[in-house]
Design a protein around this ligand. Structure first.
Ligand code: MN
Length: 506
């Protein structure tokens, strides 16, 4: 059975505390949502502001494949604004629970029902597709809920939606009122679940299992308070969990991760690391037993393959690590160790882990190169020639020669100082090859005096946003800086190679 996905990232999601989007940002997200395959987008609430109106209009005018809806209260003014923005589909709502009626609307149940019916009739008279929501449905008197849904159905509503506005429903109750609503309306029913008790997805699934044909969701589960049912969790649960009735959606699951990252960046809300499907750690393994299992057969400790949602598996080392996992990571970087070397590297990692340190791939490689000597690590980029000139009355100038995977490249550039000139020259070469950027550079002197050691820390980032940091220690500021940067570039290129060859990662 195909379940319709109605995405409200641009309406409920935008109601997240502290989130406000420009019309252009809204359009960008709408395009992403269309690409990932949602069936409908709630583009916004046209009446609330000029910018919102403009954003909705831009999305309507874009001619996307999915349906575009807009929110409207049960007033002509709101519905007219929706029509003026070009919408042909409205999501109109009125609260139906006694607490909302008494303290917010100051209306009787009868008055609310009358307004709902009028709005549906008016929407239909303006040629719109009308979806009606009984706000706070799950705290609404059950008989009244049936009645108001039945009346809006008679008035011509095309769809009805059950909002669990404050996330107060249990999965069992959601199933019951979904069945009530289907019986009362004979219309397609949607469920709109909030996550105040962490049950948004469970409640939506329960509604669907009871016969709802559509769920309202947001990317990364953003939304008011604790958020909404998340698109990625709900769609993957429908696709992957062992339901007897086979559910499908039109979501292109391989684009899920990309969509999540895009939305996170635009709205400025980081995804929690342990978030299902899209969190940083969702497909990461550290513990030795788990890593060993996953290396033999990923399904031992992963319910689905990360590739299914456009991701790759991450193995990490730390104090829980075992030798198999660690060697697997090293092998991915082209590093082959002897048994004794592996043992020594692992001991060092566990020591750092016991000190509470997290060990990144880059640190693992640097520990490995300490143990093995430089010969162990394959270097894609090698510095084969380098000179700088600087002085008073002359602009600092650098010449750099790099061997990248067997090919020689020469770069020259000026800078405000010799280090700047050298880094500019390196970026001139690497920028052409793989759009690498030096995003951070820090210099510290370790001891005093002009022969003191200096320590350079740099961050290098590629076009995909992969970031590594590297460190180098030496006596000469300029060559130490160049070494640190080349080291960073090597790590990032190794990472890239790793991402491109799916062998051990599949
Ligand atoms: Mn909501």
């Amino acid at each position: 059975m195909n379940i319709r996905i109605f995405d409200t990232t641009l309406r409920d999601g935008e109601q997240t505390l502290g989130v406000s989007l420009s019309p252009d940002q809204k359009l960008g997200i709408a395009k992403k949502l269309d690409e990932v395959g949602v069936d409908a987008i709630e583009a916004g609430f046209p009446v609330i502001s000029e910018g919102e109106f403009k954003g909705v209009k831009m999305i309507v005018d874009e001619g996307l494949d999915c349906e575009i809806a807009g929110l409207a209260r049960t007033t002509k003014h709101d519905i007219d604004a929706a029509v003026d923005s070009g919408l042909t589909y409205i999501h109109t709502f009125i609260a139906t629970s006694d607490i909302h009626l008494e303290y917010k609307l100051k209306m009787s149940r009868e008055q609310a029902q009358e307004k709902a019916v009028e709005a549906v009739e008016y929407g239909k008279s303006r040629g719109l597709q009308v979806e009606f929501s009984a706000e706070d449905a799950t705290r609404t008197d059950r008989e009244f809920l049936k009645q108001i849904f039945s009346e809006v159905a008679k008035a011509g509503a095309d769809r009805v939606d059950i909002p669990d506005t404050v996330g107060y429903s249990t999965p069992e109750y959601m199933a019951e009122i979904t069945r009530d609503t289907i019986a009362a309306t004979k219309l397609p029913v949607s469920v709109h679940c909030h996550n105040d008790f962490g049950l948004a997805v469970a409640n939506a699934l329960s509604g669907i299992h009871a016969g709802a044909s559509c769920a309202h969701v947001t990317v990364n589960g953003i939304g008011e308070r604790a958020g909404n049912a998340s698109l990625e969790e709900l769609s993957m649960a429908l696709q992957c969990l062992p339901y007897e009735s086979k559910y499908e959606t039109n979501i292109k699951s391989k684009l899920i991760y990309d969509t999540s990252r895009y939305v996170s960046k635009i709205v400025g809300i980081k995804v929690q690391p342990n978030k299902a499907i899209v969190g940083d750690n969702a497909f990461g393994h550290e513990a030795g037993i788990h890593t060993h299992g996953v290396l033999n057969n990923p399904l031992t400790y992963e319910p689905i393959s990360p590739e299914l949602v456009g991701r790759t598996r991450q193995l990490r080392v730390g104090k829980h690590a075992g030798i198999h996992g660690m060697n697997a990571i090293l092998e991915e970087f082209g590093v082959m160790t002897t048994k004794e070397q592996s043992q020594q590297i692992l001991e060092k990692i566990k020591l750092l882990g016991d000190q509470g340190k997290q060990i990144t791939d880059v640190e693992l490689l640097s520990i490995a190169s300490d143990v093995m000597g430089d010969s162990g690590i394959k270097k894609i980029v090698q510095l084969t020639g380098f000179s700088v000139s600087t002085g008073i009355g002359t602009m600092p100038y650098a010449f750099v020669k790099l061997n990248i995977d067997g090919k020689e490249f020469i770069g020259t550039d000026h800078g405000v100082g010799p280090v700047d000139a050298a880094l500019n020259a390196i970026q001139k070469i690497t920028g052409k090859i793989s759009e690498l950027k030096i995003t951070d550079y820090r210099l510290a002197s370790i001891t005093g005096g002009s022969t003191s050691l200096c320590e350079v820390t740099t961050s290098v980032e590629d076009a995909q946003g992969n970031k590594v940091s590297s460190k180098s220690v030496g006596k000469d500021i300029v060559t130490t800086s160049v070494r640190a940067v080349i080291d960073g570039i090597n790590q990032i290129m190794l990472k890239k190679m790793l991402d491109e060859k799916p062998t051990t990662k599949s």
